[in-house]
Write a new protein. Structure first.
Length: 76
């Protein structure tokens, strides 16, 4: 595989900074569109909020609060 055919760094296409990268010439809109089309469709992995939680999932209620801080002797 030649250097031109190598996959571009996915960090270039981070949605938070892709417009900046295009303006700076680090990538092109065409490359960005091509990258988006290459992503797998993961819509089937989305769960409805109405579905019951996984039996192995840990909720925030399952955690005990941390123990109180122990005072350091000689510090005051």
């Amino acid at each position: 595989m030649s250097r031109d055919e190598e996959a571009p760094d996915p960090r270039l296409f981070d949605r938070r900074i892709v417009e900046r990268n295009i303006k700076r010439g680090l990538t092109t809109r065409k490359d960005y569109e091509k990258y988006l089309k290459s992503l797998p469709d993961v819509a089937a992995n989305v769960k409805s909020p109405d579905e019951t939680p996984d039996a192995n999932a840990v909720s925030a209620d399952d955690h005990e609060p941390p123990p109180p801080a122990t005072p350091v002797p000689g510090a005051a």
